[in-house]
Ligand binder design. Structure first.
Ligand SMILES: Cc1cc2nc3c(=O)[nH]c(=O)nc-3n(C[C@H](O)[C@H](O)[C@H](O)COP(=O)(O)OP(=O)(O)OC[C@H]3O[C@@H](n4cnc5c(N)ncnc54)[C@H](O)[C@@H]3O)c2cc1C
Length: 655
């Protein structure tokens, strides 16, 4: 078919950002082209040219660079991620592209000695993405529908909409490039420091200290941190574990099997070149380790209360949902049910033996079935019931686990250190027990619920105010800290380092400051050191923010994002809070899927599509990869989004 009359022939598609999202878009475009060819409706001559723009190698892009340290690991196992729709139900597979796990088995020479449950080095995932990109682009070129595909190694700095619906791109090298359709897969863009971070950076410059702001771990010069130096670290999530690996294994240290059980499984043999790390985070403890499992969600998990029928019923009755009022009571019941069912299966003695455990479960389920009230009432009745089976045992308070030391004070840093080590050792034992751990199955249930909530957010079935107050306000923090942690190995390594005196935990709610008198950074926790004199103050000449730059379009220092907002070509999604105040959201304002960009006047750019992180206002958890073999409207949503964008672009230009 000829192209639509208002579009030149061949039309040009520009893909800005060639990380996983840009690559998935191309893979989906290939699938669409192959579908039309098989249906006999494909073009007989090339109808589009494609230009891919990225200063980093296409496929891996910036995050998955293949030359990064092999010590930087993924936090999802080999069987999980994919950037191609192979085996994704409901999406037509293209002739090119495998899931990461398929690629790992097809190319063991490139993937190395990885098992399906291993956590791959990010550089290896980068090799997969590179292979995928080149395989897909070769297939597109061979398809007959695409004229040329070129990669421009440059950054796009600005964008001007053309009256005909196309765009003119301004490139870093001063050139301009015209495009008839545009896909923005910008991913992790740099961001300005917040006020506190700016103050710390300024103090560092004045006092001759070293301050490193939020960044990709692969782009931090870890070698610059001197041996033996005290390094204050803010953040105990995944970036912290990357820092830890670089500063220990990367300095020639070794972790050796201790022969002891989980929680004490490793001993550290230092090289003598390590700094001493002082990690601090609001919860006072690192993200919990992932359970040792064969699947991403434990087999034992099934949601009984947070089910589509109940959610539909609630929505019919109440309209757009409030997370706290409508969803959390269901999730809470699912989580505690999973916990006690697993306990009855694996540790019935805790509940007085198999028979009594069965009775307890029957009673608990009876309460849950009758429950029409929220968490406090459910937990109150369940606590009374539990008391008759195991007097004195507290009923599971999953939310308290996000802040395990909430109401405690510690006489000294040494006491706190011991407490954290004991707590984490206990959690490591649970993680090692995998499916047989009540705690890990409860956390897995929370994770499964998160996946459902992500879907509800994307379907805009939760009010903006509740999304802001509850989902971003506390549920995200809870579920990230409990269910999005590193592999167990990393927490064992952390414990070995703590025992070797190379890690000293700071405590909850840390306060970082620059001490001008002593020319040092300091950090302390109000809960550690019971009187002023005993306050456990950690100090050092180095401070690192172990976190990613904020994913907020308004805070972005990307030239492109800033210019889009300045020109009114894009606008942050407006969120109304409970008081009716309109606030800027994290991502761009866009239409529903396929996510077309909206401008400051609310007009839709029909030919500009957004994928990934800048959708943060209309989706939740935009960073994580698609899960192989899963629903493109759920756990593989990024593939569903890429597919929708590819179909829309083809509809506009390809016919
Ligand atoms: C350190 C780290 C570890 C992670 N680990 C995991 C994991 O283990 N498992 C998992 O599922 N997810 C993980 N993630 C999530 C990860 O974000 C996604 O898997 C994925 O990288 C997002 O893909 P993307 O293409 O949207 O963004 P990116 O990977 O950030 O790629 C975007 C690309 O756009 C380019 N770009 C940006 N602006 C411009 C411009 N103006 N002009 C031209 N090009 C531009 C960038 O150079 C970059 O190459 C991790 C993320 C990070 C940062």
């Amino acid at each position: 078919m000829p192209p639509t009359p208002d579009v030149p022939h061949p039309a040009r598609i520009a893909v800005v950002g060639a990380g996983p999202r840009g690559t998935s878009f191309l893979e989906r475009l290939l699938a669409v082209i192959e579908e039309t060819r098989d249906a006999g409706t494909g073009p007989s001559a090339p109808v589009v040219d494609i230009v891919v723009l990225d200063p980093h190698a296409p496929g891996p892009g910036r995050v998955w660079r293949t030359d990064q340290s092999p010590l930087l690991l993924m936090n999802t196992p080999s069987f999980f991620p994919t950037a191609a729709a192979a085996g994704t139900p409901g999406l037509r597979a293209s002739s090119a592209g495998q899931t990461f796990d398929q690629w790992r088995m097809s190319y063991p020479d490139r993937a190395g000695d990885l098992d399906r449950t291993d956590y791959p080095p990010r550089a290896v995932y980068g090799l997969y993405l590179s292979d995928l990109y080149w395989e897909v682009t070769r297939a597109l070129e061979a398809s007959g529908a695409v004229g040329t595909i070129t990669w421009e190694r440059t950054e796009v700095e600005c964008l001007e909409p053309r009256p005909d619906g196309g765009v003119r791109l301004g490139l870093q090298d001063g050139r301009t490039l015209e495009a008839d359709a545009l896909v923005l897969g910008l991913g992790h863009v740099p961001a300005r420091l917040n006020r506190e971070q700016q103050a710390l950076r300024s103090s560092a410059a004045e006092l001759g200290l070293d301050y490193r702001g939020p960044n990709l771990p692969a782009e931090v010069d870890w070698d610059a941190v001197p041996a033996g130096e005290d390094l204050l670290v803010r953040g105990m999530g995944l970036n912290f574990f990357d820092a830890m690996a670089q500063l220990t294994l990367g300095r020639g240290g070794r972790f050796v099997d201790s022969g002891d059980g989980p929680g004490r499984a490793l001993r550290y043999e230092p090289s003598g070149r390590e700094p001493v790390m002082h990690p601090a985070s609001r919860r006072g403890v690192c993200y919990l380790p992932k359970a040792e499992l064969e699947t991403f969600v434990p087999h034992a998990v099934s949601l009984k209360y947070l089910v589509p029928e109940e959610v539909d019923r609630l929505q019919d009755e109440h309209g757009t949902l409030d997370f706290m009022v409508h969803l959390w009571p269901l999730i809470h019941r699912d989580v505690v049910r999973a916990y006690y069912f697993t306990m009855a299966r694996t540790r019935p003695e805790v509940l007085g033996g198999a028979e009594r455990a069965g009775e307890f479960l029957a009673g608990l389920v009876g309460q849950f079935e009758a429950a029409g009230r929220g968490e406090p009432v459910t937990a109150h009745h369940a606590q009374e019931l539990l008391h008759t089976y195991q007097p004195g045992m507290p009923f599971l308070d999953i939310r308290a686990l996000a802040r395990p030391f909430e109401r405690q004070v510690f006489d000294s840093g040494a006491e706190y250190q011991e407490e954290v080590v004991d707590f984490l050792a206990g959690v490591c034992a649970e993680a090692a027990a995998g499916e047989d751990s009540p705690l890990m199955v409860a956390i897995g249930t929370l994770h499964a619920a998160r996946l459902e909530v992500k879907r509800l957010v994307a379907e805009r079935r939760i009010t903006d105010a509740s999304r802001r107050r509850d989902v971003s306000g506390w549920f995200e923090v809870l579920v990230e800290g409990l269910a999005s942690g590193p592999p167990l190995l990393r927490v064992e390594q952390l414990l070995a380092l703590a025992r070797a005196g190379l890690v000293r935990f700071v405590g909850p709610d840390p306060q970082f400051e620059a001490d001008a008198g002593r020319s040092l950074f300091t950090v302390s926790s109000p809960q550690v050191g019971t009187d002023e004199a005993a306050l456990d103050v950690h100090h050092g000449r180095w401070m690192v923010e172990a976190m990613m730059p904020a994913n907020r379009v308004q805070q972005s220092s990307s030239a492109l994002v800033a210019s889009l907002l300045k020109d009114g070509t894009a606008v942050p999604y407006a969120v109304e809070d409970e008081e009716g105040e309109v606030l800027p959201g994290r991502g761009f304002d866009v239409t529903g899927r396929p996510y077309r960009l909206k401008d400051a006047q609310g007009r839709v750019h029909e030919r500009v599509f957004v994928l990934g992180l800048q959708l943060a206002s209309v989706q939740w958890g935009t960073a994580i990869a698609a899960e192989a073999g899963q629903d493109p409207d759920g756990r593989a949503r990024t593939l569903g989004d890429a597919d929708a964008a590819a179909r829309a672009v083809w509809e506009l230009l390809g016919r």
